[in-house]
Design a protein around this ligand. Sequence first.
Ligand code: SAM
Length: 222
Amino acid sequence: MISKNLAGIGMTSQRTRSRLIQRLRDKGIVSEQVLAVMEKTPRHIFIDEALSHRAYEDSALPIGMGQTISQPYIVARMTELLAMSGKLDDVLEVGTGCGYQTSILAGVARRVYTIERIKPLLKQAAERFKTLQLHNVTFQHGDGYLGWPAQAPFDGIIVTAAPEQIPQPLIDQLAIGGRMVIPVSMPQGIQQLHLLEKSEEGISRMRVEEVKFVPLLGGIIE
Ligand code: SAM
């Protein structure tokens, strides 16, 4: 199904993709590296064919199992916040979902480690990584709350589901000089995107903007 979808990339898709990139620029995305990766990544292969005509809209879309593919603006914003730190050798993503954000990270980082709690979603994402020949992506079925201690420390950590508190294991697995971008649920259903930076002196924390993500949940689904 994916290869049929990939074969469908034509002038229309390229044009709508370029329009999306212009929209991201208009919304304030400045990283040329991130924009270039997003321009060449076919978002339509990450969603069901029935929705593929909406793939280059700047909106989140359903991917099944009650989950979503993130809004392109949010993918761009979170990636550029990480990439601004300079060195991005090892990046951890919590919440692979359909794998779109992972694929964008694979274009800006040397190695990407990604964890998903819902096995069927991870299986589909893994097929897409193969189709796109992303050899620098390693994935795991598990609870991302715990991070991936065997591969730590990470220069960047990106969390694409919202906890009520930032998981301590993720803070511990951040390298000195590393950055974490994570949505945090607040009272009254509000979520704020947080940017954390770790230095020898400790952790600095900044609120970036209001966002809307699915919740970070414990446990795994086979
Ligand atoms: N990164 C995706 C993209 O490219 O569009 C979006 C992911 S979706 C908004 C959030 C994902 O986080 C879902 O697939 C969900 O199953 C996953 N998730 C939630 N809690 C998790 C946890 N504790 N560990 C790993 N994955 C988790």
